[in-house]
Design a binder for this molecule. Sequence first.
Ligand SMILES: Nc1ncnc2c1ncn2[C@@H]1O[C@H](COP(=O)(O)OP(=O)(O)OP(=O)(O)O)[C@@H](O)[C@H]1O
Ligand SMILES: [Mg+2]
Length: 418
Amino acid sequence: MSASNPTSAKIRVLIVDDIIETRENVKKLLYFENDIEIIGTASNGREGVEMASKLQPDVVLMDINMPEMDGIAASEAISAQSPNIQVVMMSVQGEADYLRRSMLAGAREFLIKPFSGEELVTSIHRVNQFAAARRVMAPPPPPTGVAATPPPPPPKGGRVVAVFGTKGGSGASTIAVNLAVALREESKGRIALIDANLEFGDIGVLLNLPSNRTIADLAGNKADLDEEVLDGTMASHSTTIKVLLAPPRPELAELVKPEHLKRILDLLDKTYDYIVVDLWKSFQESTIFFLDQADVIVMLSTTDIPAIKNAKLFFELTEQLGYPAEKTIFVLNKDDGRSGISAKDIEASIKHPIGGILPKDERTTLVAINRGVPFVAAQKTIPLSQAVLNLARVIIRRTHPEKEPASAPEKSGAARRK
Ligand SMILES: Nc1ncnc2c1ncn2[C@@H]1O[C@H](COP(=O)(O)OP(=O)(O)OP(=O)(O)O)[C@@H](O)[C@H]1O
Ligand SMILES: [Mg+2]
């Protein structure tokens, strides 16, 4: 929202471009859109920042090359000043480096000139939808002068480790499975793994487990759900971790309500030392539930710009949800040192330290899937397994500062980028 814009109102747009024809052209493209309103135009970055601060638009359409202050510096200033304002960058083709810099500066979308009316309108709607989703998730702002109240601390007992990927295919399921085995290895405790990708969970496939009993079987009467029933529903893997699988068909997902998840977590909490949860990347109710309950969130990102952009959004969201920054461990996955973006740039962009780096190893992950055996169990000494074991040690140290794990220190070579 701009502070004054209710959801039903028009999307308020500010155009920032030094070329008058472009400003007029963009206006024309949006002329017939009933739900979009141009509330102002600015002819350079500095003017754009001032007008954005005064008018609080929902969306700023920003050119890059402009006199006085360029669009990248202006986006940075606007994102820092008013994180709710969505910046859409507009630039000409052949400026690939600009795309990277714009996203790192906080822009949400990048339009390549010349763009069609449809592309422009789609972008505006998409970034506005993102902002709307964020408003729904964010708790109401605290009265001025009062700090936001963080969610109540999770009950003491088992520690919940939620694994979340910034975009599809980041490796969340792969790493959740291997992290569960690594936590077992390093803590010698009891480990449960929940496949919380309720619609399309694939932990059963990754661990080669039959899916005859799943979380959907627990979705009946909450009163009937006790430790014995839960235990009978969990599948046992040869590594001794116990797994609560996702429903076999997507339409069964909706049977599982937050009240069931709460009951399941309360029961697991009594029996297990670590409960690892593989999350689906969308911010649905069950995802927020597990993120809230987590003692540690492992946020996995690949090293490409869209993934890093999403990581940045994730931190903005969790900050609004009142999570302390140290609740999340930001981990780069599939790192091969070839993305052209340095670890330092990534940290500067997301304003959060990198807590672990997992190397890219396609062969190992493929063999592990085909055999249904996690690589941490089958090939403990390879760099990828070592990096996951190292991550497990970091988590143990965070969740049980009183216990120092026996083996290697946190910052062993495997988790640091060369
Ligand atoms: N470190 C790695 N090196 C190479 N490949 C990897 C690595 N980690 C994961 N992968 C591969 O990436 C692909 C996606 O992994 P995975 O299914 O775990 O991701 P996900 O984030 O759970 O995806 P989804 O969005 O479908 O849930 C798989 O083929 C997996 O083997
Ligand atoms: Mg997955």
